[in-house]
Unconditional design. Structure first.
Length: 255
């Protein structure tokens, strides 16, 4: 919370690769810049954990293994995955509501970092006994790298990095989508879900038109034999009538 207050006006105060990934997916930050943010977050976390190990007595940090994450022995890995997934989704949902959405940020104003901080606090209250509460791949990586505890480490990357965009999508489609449609002058961006929606709608319209044309053509082909026979009979009757008229009409000069 304090760090967000300190640097939010400079970089946005992401401090979490899951938040940054959600920002990239929803075109709130340039992908290259976002990847540099993630790299900086990982390096910063490594520096922080390394300083704790260097400056604190070993008896203090060995008790908690420098805060390295780990699953409760009675917890299935699938359960741990979804706890981390939904914990991160909840965090990013709040971040998008109070920091990204203009309506939300206007409402919370200067309390935005406090709201995000309390969300992280609540997530830790629930998840620490279960998974150690990752919800931040940079911090999880740093503690694993310095402590050497890598068991189930993949979970603390995959779950938050997928849960973050899911939480952002919940907020976007529930609150922002209808309020901020893409205009012709606005670049929707490759990863903007509004662009995906438009492309899907266009594809569905084209598929529907093509299906209608195909069905119409099939109906025409099925009706073609009977129509051809009817036309042939009609033409024959016309020819007979015309021939009869020709025969029955005396030519001028023959009386």
């Amino acid at each position: 919370m304090v760090l967000i207050y300190s640097i939010a006006h400079l970089s946005g105060g992401h401090l979490n690769p899951a938040v940054t990934m959600a920002m990239i997916v929803f075109n709130e930050i340039n992908p290259v810049k976002g990847l540099l943010y993630i790299l900086s977050q990982v390096l910063g976390a490594l520096c922080g954990v390394s300083m704790v190990k260097a400056l604190w007595p070993s008896r203090n940090y060995n008790v908690v293994n420098l805060g390295a994450n780990g699953l409760d022995p009675d917890l299935l890995i699938v359960q741990g995955f979804f706890l981390e997934f939904f914990g991160t989704a909840l965090l990013v949902f709040v971040v998008f509501n109070v920091a990204v959405d203009k309506h939300g940020s206007k409402f919370t104003h200067r309390f935005t970092p406090m709201v995000i901080g309390f969300t992280v606090f609540l997530a830790h209250l629930v998840l620490i006994p279960m998974t150690g509460c990752g919800i931040n791949p940079a911090r999880s990586f740093a503690t694993a790298a310095v402590s050497g505890l890598w068991k189930d480490h993949w979970l603390y990357w995959v779950a938050p990095m997928t849960g973050g965009p899911v939480g952002a999508s919940m907020q976007f489609f529930m609150f922002q989508y209808k309020r901020s449609p893409v205009s012709s002058k606005q670049d929707a961006g490759l990863f903007d879900p509004r662009r995906w929606t438009e492309e899907i709608e266009k594809a569905m319209e084209k598929a529907s038109d093509k299906l209608e044309r195909t069905m119409s053509r099939m109906n025409s082909l099925q009706a073609a034999p009977s129509m051809g026979l009817a036309l042939t009979q009609s033409n024959a009757l016309d020819l007979i009538d015309e021939h009869a008229i020709t025969i029955g009409t005396p030519e001028r000069g023959h009386h």
